[in-house]
Design a protein around this ligand. Structure first.
Ligand SMILES: Cc1ncc(COP(=O)(O)O)c(C=O)c1O
Length: 382
């Protein structure tokens, strides 16, 4: 039988990163020692207090469905966290999701339909494009690669790209894949354009807690943004909880009500005991988070120094645990070659809409980072 698939899925390409991870797996099966700098997750275990809270919650019988939007205790803890960031959302304006990815999916589904225009700042995290395309939207892309991935110098380009036709703009600061943290002046520029053209903005703040010497401002705190910003965050990165699948979004009540329908008819709710672990993460884990951020900061310095030894300049990231390495124009071929010859896995910039770069994740031990960069240099990839 030949199955007929929907347009919304045939519009979406398989991820360009898949080719790299398939090749890495093949090499590892053949016995190669691959230095994997392609991963988008912290290499630390989930802090023990969070694990204990999850286990205790299971033991206490928190294993049934919860209210669809999430347990009140967690939504209250999230509301407190958002308030500390200057955002005013009560628990009723928050939906807890199985990961920030599901939050983004629900928001895009709630706001975007055939022909709606969505603006992205490139390079942009891979799933934004796929989510918009699945919803039937059209993409307008603004390239930040000429301004060291900073938005402030590229505000004129953003102004030229958006119009009254633009429905949604997605801002991700600190950014995956660049690590860039946008300045307040850049975010004010976003605000001015959003207000002028009546654009809704998603502020994906999943790396907000992972920064080096800068304090990112939440976009929703700027005058005029409270009723047009949807703030997305999650537990995967700051608390090293990728596999637990826990995230959330907060926004205006009408958006929450509409997206809540999709949420309740698809995932029902996030996992009950995981939500209890999330309360512990938000309330009692600051020291462990600070230690992880400290370690990422040291690795960031190490990678920059090692690249500098090989005369490679990168745009210094102020957040997340990624940086963009300038490579050959054909970045896909560069990444495949680096993997085959040096056994170092990276992600091609074209996967994020910006060819000519490879994304390095420094969520790896200092020894592995040293080993990876040494091998790239030895095989003439630097
Ligand atoms: C920018 C960005 N947003 C959202 C997510 C989704 O994270 P999760 O679904 O694990 O919470 C990721 C994960 O890589 C990301 O990099």
């Amino acid at each position: 039988m030949t199955m007929e698939f929907t347009d919304r899925l045939t519009r979406v390409e398989p991820s360009a990163t898949l080719a790299i991870s398939a090749l890495a797996t093949e090499l590892e099966q053949d016995g190669a020692d691959v230095v994997d700098l392609s991963v988008g997750e912290p290499d630390f275990p989930t802090p023990q207090n969070i694990v204990d809270a999850g286990q205790d919650a299971m033991d206490a019988g928190h294993t049934g469905y919860t209210t669809s939007a999430g347990i009140l205790e967690l939504r209250e803890a999230i509301a407190d966290k958002l308030a500390a960031d200057g955002l005013d959302h009560g628990p009723e304006e928050i939906i807890v999701t199985p990961g920030a990815k599901q939050a983004l999916y629900e928001i895009v589904q709630a706001l975007i339909q055939d022909g709606d225009e969505v603006a992205l700042l490139d390079p942009a995290w891979v799933s934004y494009e796929a989510m918009v395309k699945m919803a039937g939207g059209d993409l307008t892309r603004v390239d930040l690669s000429d301004s060291d991935f900073q938005l402030e110098p590229a505000l004129d380009d953003l102004a030229a790209a958006v119009s009254d036709e633009t429905e949604l703009l997605i801002v991700n600061s600190p950014s995956n894949p660049t690590g860039a943290v946008y300045t307040d002046a850049a975010l004010e520029g976003v605000r001015d354009l959003a207000v002028e053209h009546d654009i809704t903005v998603i502020s994906d703040e999943i790396y907000k807690e992972i920064t080096y010497g800068v304090e990112p401002t939440s976009l929703g705190t700027f005058d005029g943004m409270a009723d047009r910003t949807i703030t997305v965050n999650g537990f995967s990165k700051a608390y090293s909880m990728t596999g637990w699948r826990l995230g959330y979004f907060a926004g205006p009540q009408d958006l929450i009500d509409q997206a809540g329908k999709l949420h309740s008819h698809s995932v029902s709710s996030a996992v009950n005991f995981v939500q209890h672990a999330g309360v512990e993460a938000l309330e009692n884990t600051d020291d462990a988070v600070a230690q992880m951020v400290d370690a990422f900061g040291q690795r960031r310095e190490l990678v920059i120094d090692l690249l500098d030894d090989h005369d490679v300049d990168v745009a210094v990231p102020d957040g997340a645990f990624y940086m963009m390495l300038p490579v050959a124009d054909d970045d896909q071929a560069w990444c495949e070659g680096a993997l085959e010859d040096a056994h170092v896995a990276t992600v091609p910039g074209s996967a994020f809409g910006t060819p000519g770069y490879a994304r390095i994740s420094y969520a790896a031990s200092e020894e592995r980072l040293e080993e990876g960069i040494e091998r790239l240099a030895e095989e003439d990839y630097l």
